[in-house]
Design a protein around this ligand. Sequence first.
Ligand code: AMP
Ligand code: MG
Length: 399
Amino acid sequence: MIKLCKALDVVLDNASLLESETIPLNEALNRVLAENINSKDNLPPFNKSSMDGYALKSTDTGEGQSKFKIVGSIKAGDVPRTEIKKGEAIKIMTGAAVPKGADAVIQIEKVKTCKDELEVCGKVCEGKNVLMEGEEIKKGDSVFERGTFLRPSEIGMLASLGYGRVQCYRKPKIIIITTGDELVGVDDKITEGKVRNCNEYALVALSKNLNVSVKSYGIVEDQKEKILGAVKNALEEGDIVITSGGVSVGDYDFIEDVLHEIGADIKFTSVEVKPGKPVTFATFKNKLFFGLPGNPLSVINTFEVFAAPAVKKMMGRKDVINDEFPVILEDDFKSKGDRDNYIYVNIEKKDGKYYARNTGMQSSNALFTLTRSNGVIIIKKGIKSVRAGDILNGKFIFK
Ligand code: AMP
Ligand code: MG
């Protein structure tokens, strides 16, 4: 049994950044840029009105009232042909190009008009309500560096910069294999000795949550040859293979045997973590293999603790490990003290501090508890009980 931090180091040491690929911008959300982005244009590309109003020369306005002749109207998208002369104004819509000669726009709400006459009260400053060409970004400026995580704001920015396709790090393909002769399908009736297969769905959802490609091979019976065949195929097809169940010491737990038979490099088979002690990690060529325990809470916990950071690293993300922060306990909790114990809780922020409440039984099958939780607190190995008021490290889950 190895320490959790050691196990995570081993996983991350073996998770390498994938190669890059050029993809349509609409597929780039939550991916990581593999190229530096420079602006091809000035933004805004022309002097642009930020208001519906009248474009004029600021020098034509003063402390009192100033009168102007309205000489036309410009809408967004139009090219202004006229040049504003002294004493003239032109009606202008938000987003339209400010015509030559004008250096300010006065808002429509602040003026009086009568036929083609405009009356302005007070001084309008130079540049008022005008977004100057290149004031946001200049042609050639560096906008994003390789390694930038693409959120909706970056996607929008890339579109304004004219990048319809971008180079991003490839997302890993995860293959999921679910083992267990006791499993029946989600639409099946539970007959004697059987349980519904929930891990396959949870693992697909955990993978989708990370924006990777995921394929499930479905349920594979607890027969060594069948598991061997499925694992071999999966290691051919995917970048990461994740199995559920079959990693304990039971007579029908074949994952470790299969890994030996394939010649995989087994890095660890048990970790000081609860839930999820029998988690197994191996590499095969440049592929990663996670053998996760079958209990529904263990499978999710070990995915989050070990597989998710590896996936993020392979996709080029920098937030590989979710931030931990101090959490004040509102209930007492117990632990055996033999492993780092992940307790699923509800974390709430009150007056700038985080508080954790018990959400129910913490046994490795207690998936219902997890549905009532939004975070986890970690009782470190060696500690057997913590009390309300104590402070532990915690984090939010599924981030
Ligand atoms: P195992 O790790 O294969 O020994 O399984 C441990 C426990 O998890 C057993 O009680 C199994 O019935 C349960 N289990 C295993 N796989 C699944 C699954 N896919 N869905 C629901 N429960 C499972
Ligand atoms: Mg099993």
